[in-house]
Ligand binder design. Structure first.
Ligand code: FAD
Ligand code: FES
Length: 509
């Protein structure tokens, strides 16, 4: 490859482009030295930012401009076009930004801008404690420091690993196509550099909401001024003969994923119990390792409850194309050393068994402390629980969703991170409502499915495009109102649907 081949594509923006080449709302990708730069005209201004998302490198030129932000087409991260700040997860790091000058009818991109340092906010003697080293807990700690929170931050996690990119644990990392150093959300040094006291293998066992103290597993107590509960969820355990054997796994943590990988090295036949997202993503990852996979589940169609029959059938066919065999409307009654016994009769050989039958929110700490619980920890629009100064975010939080008008609890990575970010701003006294439109993605082989909104039930599914051709948008409607939109390779439509719902939510107050 020659030096020129390595250079990013597009015009050299330091030499300028005709101003008329960039219409309002328009985007253009060019280069500045070795950097690929996105030039955007928005509301009369022109901004130059890095062309790739800081989450998984998504191409921002294929995204959507909304006001002074650009949204990533892949998982809907949102960046400020003037500062580059990653305003909404899953991206957490800012985009680089460049200075732009317009002269003689041409637009020139000049020097790279310095990232501004935040002004210290609040008192250095205040202490925030975060219970949970997952999506919500990490995003909260990161946002507190990003916005200059001057107080102490202690993060407690009963996991042995520092916060990880959990979605990767059932996808590329499990499939063997992503190395383990992609998995931590930040390197170990980051916590010390940002003065975040991360205490791993530390259980918070009791909370006294009035005295503002936590009791830890070793019997010590920890006082706080503000608290964020982000304890997440844990896999549902099945009470089956043989469940405790070494080759039987659930998947939540990095340790779980590592244990499956270790056994996958010699396993020949796997049975996945449960056609859940995690069950099916694990099936795909194990197929990538050439392991024979059978999925046993009680439902008629995989994921029909979330996606409806058309996408359910598509997902089944997709897995079958890759060699997965389904045993639906069935169950497992016992797990032996080399096989599982089926409810409908017969056995399946298995030297690896994955149980993916859903998760349960970890509510015990909040419940025992007497916080209001309603199928989750009840929070208001500021994500504050029934106890002042105590917030909850992520898989445990049930919040008033302005998009659907209902109180909902979801188990989505991006929602957990965004709630952690909003809780952090409220801990800093910002009074920010949580209005983000729920979003999740799931990946099966090379097929990503994106979903915005929230539909527990619907009366109509409107399909635009062709599901089998992997080019479709499905709109889940109730009484004519679009509650949720699922899509395959229609990122633009997915982004537009989220932006429309966001506007609706803003109108709702
Ligand atoms: C394998 C896998 C793949 C996934 N893929 C996707 C995906 O593709 N897309 C998507 O939208 N979602 C996905 N999810 C769901 C997503 O990861 C969760 O919704 C998200 O992690 C929830 O964040 P959280 O912060 O609420 O909880 P978690 O990330 O689970 O973090 C909870 C933390 O709290 C700690 N903890 C719990 N109780 C205590 C206690 N008492 N004391 C101390 N620490 C405690 C735990 O150790 C953990 O560190 C996936 C989940 C898994 C397991
Ligand atoms: S790659 Fe941009 S949000 Fe994931």
């Amino acid at each position: 490859m020659s030096e020129d081949d390595k250079k990013p594509a597009g015009p050299d923006l330091t030499k300028g482009i005709a101003a008329t080449d960039l219409k309002d709302g328009g985007m253009l990708t060019g280069r500045v030295g070795d950097d690929e730069v996105l030039l955007v005209r928005h509301g009369g201004k022109v901004s130059a930012v890095g062309a790739h998302c800081t989450h998984y490198h998504g191409p921002l030129a294929e995204g959507l401009i909304v006001g002074d932000t650009v949204r990533c087409p892949w998982h809907h991260a949102c960046f400020d076009l003037e500062t580059g700040e990653a305003l909404a997860a899953p991206a957490l790091s800012p985009l680089p930004c460049w200075t732009v000058e317009t002269r003689d009818g041409r637009i020139f991109v000049t020097a790279k801008k310095e990232q501004p340092k935040p002004q210290p906010v609040g008192s250095a003697s205040e202490r925030v404690v975060i219970v949970g080293g997952g999506a919500a807990g990490f995003a909260a700690a990161e946002m507190l420091r990003r916005r200059g929170y001057a107080g102490r931050i202690t993060m407690l996690s009963n996991d042995s690993a520092a916060p990880v990119d959990r979605p990767n644990l059932s996808k590329d990392y499990l499939a063997g196509s992503a190395p383990e150093d992609w998995v931590p959300l930040r390197g170990d040094d980051w916590y010390a550099e940002n003065k975040i006291d991360l205490k791993l293998k530390t259980d918070a066992t009791a909370l006294d909401a009035k005295a503002k103290t936590l009791t830890l597993g070793d019997g010590n107590t920890l006082a706080f001024d503000k608290l964020l509960l982000a304890t997440g969820a844990e896999p549902v355990k099945l009470d089956l003969p043989g469940i405790g054997q070494k080759h039987v796994h659930t998947l939540r943590s990095l340790a779980d994923s590592r244990a499956i990988i270790a056994q996958a090295k010699t396993a020949k036949r796997a049975v996945v119990i449960g056609a859940s997202f995690i069950g099916l993503e694990t099936a795909a990852a194990l197929r990538a390792r050439d392991i024979e996979v059978r999925v046993v589940a009680p439902e008629k169609r995989p994921l029909e409850r979330v996606f409806g029959p058309e996408l359910g059938d598509f997902i089944r066919a997709l897995h079958e194309e890759h060699g997965v065999k389904f045993h639906l409307e069935n169950g497992v009654t016992a797990i032996g050393a080399n096989n599982v016994t089926l409810k409908a009769g017969g056995t399946l050989d298995a030297d690896l068994v994955i149980v993916g039958v859903g998760v349960r929110p970890r509510l015990a700490l909040a419940e025992k402390a007497g916080l209001a619980i309603d199928k989750g920890v009840s929070v208001n629009e500021y994500l504050e629980t029934s106890a002042p100064g105590i917030y909850a975010a992520g898989d445990i939080a049930r919040w008033p969703d302005p998009v659907s008008g209902a109180r909902i609890r979801v188990e989505h990575w991006v929602v957990a991170e965004r709630q952690g970010q909003t809780a952090a701003l409220n801990i800093m006294g910002k009074k920010e409502r949580f209005r983000a439109v729920p979003f999740f993605w799931s990946q099966h082989y090379d097929v990503p499915i994106n979903y915005v909104g929230h539909a527990e039930k619907w009366d109509t599914i409107e399909i635009d495009g062709d599901v089998a051709k992997r080019d479709c948008v499905l709109r889940y409607k109730q009484g004519g109102k679009v509650l949720a939109v699922a899509s395959i390779y229609r990122d633009g439509d997915s982004l537009k649907a989220a932006a429309d719902m966001e506007r609706e939510a803003a109108k709702a107050g």
